[in-house]
Design a protein around this ligand. Structure first.
Ligand code: NAP
Ligand code: MG
Length: 454
């Protein structure tokens, strides 16, 4: 394996930078430094850790534009999305900066003494990040992990390391101790695998494909270390005849084509009640045609290129033999462009079952509420989902009936940093974000103090 990796601008197809690949020895050295840094960090007063994270958040805020521009270049994200992502990192840091003083244990009544619990940090946490949302997904791990008193070693995806590397530098500028938050570039099979096998990494957070996630979990089982997994999805967008069809159709492209469909929460199956199926497609077609695909550096762009030529080939393979109803537009040129596609599908089709991770959506009809729930659950995944209905009882029944971790009614929102996020079934294990995330980076210690005078 070469000692560097070459980054390619997805909008132009041109190479622009080489990034080093860490060796096993370098990974081990970073973990050893993290072990030392963690002890001092955990010994700080809660307010000192909170203050350090707040100054990290402030520095990120001051660098939103720089981070956003890096993401446009490295990942092809539209500039407006990239700015949102960089600001989100600062917000996540600020939110979990409130955690150190709130990691309350319990006092439990016992005879002959006092019983209390402590939330102890694990020590060093390893975070493995995919290429689709490089900085936001990184922050969902490192912010609460640091807040809870852990050190973090973080591996960005080889394709998209630049914003994570910059965040590592900004942490130092903000005054976080050296070694506490180490961003290590390199391959999954070397750096990521070492996080899993190294005895001093006591918890692993992995976001990526279900296949690799299963291997990571198996490796963590051998080391008896807890693991959080955020994996793939095949989320349903369920449109009932009693829903606001205009609104549902207008929102559907954004729900699946945002980030060029390279989103684990993409609503990549639209289930439409048969009585309004034709009408819904009529409304969807102009919405897809209006979806703006183009130069990611322009404010008006809604969707940029795919991440790589190889990924575009994979996505394109899903369209072979598919019944394409209509497509949007995309620029020609040397970038990894692909026009969004709407495909008519049946439940057994590959396009209706497998995660595409690209700008392709499958539309399937359903008969009634029970059929909608059955179809929505007819997948190995269970990450997100949406449903459109004006009937309150139906909204509650369907939201409870769909086996997914994150659902929205009459909207497509799925990520708010102060609410929990994560998947059921093959979409993952554990939850990130929300009020309890810092606690997920601790283990409970119970201490009994005898008070009997002898
Ligand atoms: P991936 O191949 O699973 O890679 C994810 C990360 O794991 C990368 O940093 C990768 O490193 C690393 N990795 C690869 N092999 C490893 C191993 N044996 N041990 C430890 N780490 C290893 O996924 P991807 O291709 O980046 O992303 C696409 C997939 O991720 C999709 O299926 C998508 O649904 C899923 N995803 C899910 C979520 C979620 O929140 N649920 C979010 C984003 C993506 P390198 O690539 O650098 O070698
Ligand atoms: Mg991969």
């Amino acid at each position: 394996m070469s000692t560097t990796f070459t980054l390619i601008d997805p909008a132009t197809g041109l190479a622009f930078q080489d990034v080093p690949r860490a060796s096993l020895e370098e990974v081990d050295a970073a973990i050893a430094a993290a072990v030392v840094a963690q002890r001092a960090w955990a010994a700080l007063a809660p307010l000192a850790r909170a203050d350090a994270l707040r100054s990290f958040a402030r520095i990120v805020e001051e660098h939103v534009e720089e981070l956003a521009q890096l993401e446009v270049r490295n990942s092809g994200h539209p500039i407006s999305s990239a700015r949102w992502e960089a600001s989100h990192v600062a917000q996540v840091l600020n939110f979990y900066a409130g955690a150190p003083e709130r990691l309350n244990g319990q006092q439990i009544p016992v005879a002959g003494g006092l019983d209390v619990t402590f939330h102890e940090p694990y020590g060093v946490v390893g975070i493995i990040v995919p290429w689709n949302f490089p900085m936001t997904i990184a922050s969902w791990g490192f912010a609460p992990a640091l807040a809870a008193g852990n050190a973090v070693v973080l591996k960005p995806a080889e394709l998209t390391p630049l914003t994570a590397v910059r965040l590592g530098e900004l942490a130092l500028e903000a005054g976080l101790p050296g070694g506490l938050f180490a961003v290590i570039t390199g391959s999954g099979s070397v750096v990521g695998e070492r996080f899993v096998s190294h005895p001093d990494v006591r918890k692993v957070v992995f976001t990526g494909s279900t296949d690799v996630g299963v291997e990571v979990a198996a490796g963590c089982a051998r080391g008896l270390k807890p693991v959080t997994l955020e994996l793939g999805g095949k989320s349903a967008n369920i449109v009932f005849a009693d829903g606001d069809l205009e609104k549902a159709a207008a929102a559907a492209p954004g729900a699946v084509f945002d980030n060029a469909g390279q989103d684990c929460c993409a609503r990549s199956r639209i289930l439409v009640q048969r009585s309004v199926y034709d009408r819904f497609l009529e409304l969807l077609e102009p919405a897809v045609a209006a979806w703006r695909v183009g130069d990611p550096s322009l404010e008006s762009t809604e969707m940029g290129p795919l991440i790589s030529a190889a990924h575009r080939d994979t996505v394109a393979s899903f369209l072979e033999g598919a019944d394409v109803a209509f497509r949007g537009s995309a620029p020609s040129g040397d970038g990894f462009w692909m026009a969004p596609s709407v495909v008519l599908a049946s439940p057994g089709d590959r396009i209706a079952r497998e995660e595409v991770f690209g700008p392709v959506v499958a539309v399937l009809p359903f008969e009634d509420e029970a059929d909608a729930i059955r179809l929505a659950n007819d997948t190995i995944y269970g990450l997100a989902g949406s449903l459109w209905t004006e009937n309150l009882g139906r909204a509650v029944r369907v939201a409870r009936g769909v086996k997914s971790g994150v659902l929205s009614v009459n909207s497509h929102s799925s990520v708010r940093y102060w609410t929990p996020f994560g998947g059921m079934k093959a979409s993952g294990l554990g939850r990130e974000l929300g009020p309890d995330a810092a606690e997920h980076f601790t283990e409970t210690k119970n201490v009994f103090f005898a008070t009997d005078a002898s």
